[in-house]
Design a protein around this ligand. Sequence first.
Ligand code: ADP
Ligand code: MG
Ligand code: MG
Length: 474
Amino acid sequence: MPAAVADIVADPAALAELVDDAVVWASQHGLLVGAGLSEPACAAVHAPLALLPVPYPRETFLRAQRAALAFNSMINAVAQDETYLQNVLAAAAQEDEFTARLLRVYEETAKERHARAGTDAVLAVLRSDYMLHTPTNSLLQVELNTIASSFGCLSTLVARMHRYLMGRAGVSPAQVAALPEHNAMDSIVDAMGAAAADYGVQGGVMVMVVQPGERNSYDQQWLQTRLWERHGVRTLRRSLAQLAADGRLSEGGRLEVSGHPVAVVYFRAGYTPDDYPSEAEWAARVLVEQCDAYKCPTVAFQLAGAKKIQQDLARPGVVERYAASAEDAALLRGFFAGQWALEDLSEPDTAAVVADAVANPERYVLKPQREGGGNNFYGAELRQRLQQGGGGLAAYILMQRIQPPVQPAIMVRGGKAVQADTLSELGVYSTYVRRGDRVLLSAEAGHLVRTKSADSNEGGVAAGFAVLDSPMLV
Ligand code: ADP
Ligand code: MG
Ligand code: MG
């Protein structure tokens, strides 16, 4: 921590002033989340924040940035391999209804997909998440998100806020320069704009598929505003149920929503079974998959982001098949933590790792095929689930528990600051636009740090455990 900042943190009055500055800056610049379901739609509160950026090793950070393009082309290759997706997900789908249903949508729309091969329209906004693993001093991937990668806009604003606060605190320009600049907000919007331009229909809109009652709507609405300002593309926000009622597929495969031609469909919903309470929502998903608009993501990309696929890619020789080059493969493999399938519990290697996890549950995480946080098993629950055994475990993967360094941080929520011991997770965004074989854009697109208290297993920002943060390179 720079000396000027350390002085402020040590002085309660100065600290309270800096917290005030942070909260006011956040309100003035739209670094906001919804205040809660019972409030009017416009009611907002500043997003949960780390008051100061977290020190992060420079070389490691740069390596994660460099991996963005390699992940883009690797995951695109995976998403295009139908047989691979189906084979790897088959056992999980037998035990998990949601995975099975997504695979069914994939199979039901094969006709349209095959007819459109060569002109299919793919938009990806990925976020590869990492944690530092202290025992080996390496950076390991937590997961690669291929659907609803959130916080691109709020993370852009947090980085700006930290620059402002560090300047105000009196740190030197050289130290402020250690805060890496990025603009995930506009980078993501520019990928959406490129997709809409390539779709090439006058008045073509982006449909943002959202969850009813979303609290993180300001992060989404920033994309809408900037997409309009930078590219003149209008956004329609629709739930899957509304899309089912309001979407029409024309003869040629064009989707129209409320009478507007749709150039891009961007999902900020649809990643959890809760988003599909009835057949209507599934019908909407099929409708989107059948249409000729850019989809972010296609069902194939969503499937390629499954935990089960991540685990399979880590097996010897697999990521090497999908990476664009041997160099890319080596770079990507370097981020892979230990991961194990649980399909055949009698297989000796599986039996051995399960026995070890039962004896030492703190060294592992048990993950189902789910997104959105709060679904994993840890500690005693993990042990219990493994001991329970059964075929249902085929829908889980076992993962080495990453052990990031514990660092002190000041977390600000609802205007109140709390000091805590914390762990941080780095996310690197990347964007990808492809039409058939033509890659229109593949770019690293900014970053995010989420910091959570060291005693919480998972750290959802929306769930109230984590705060938005940014790195200070050291
Ligand atoms: P989701 O798709 O639900 O976000 P994640 O794999 O990101 O699933 O898991 C959620 C959270 O659990 C992560 O943000 C991280 O805090 C924690 N976590 C996941 N995997 C690991 C791991 N291997 N080691 C340590 N923590 C993990
Ligand atoms: Mg995820
Ligand atoms: Mg995650």
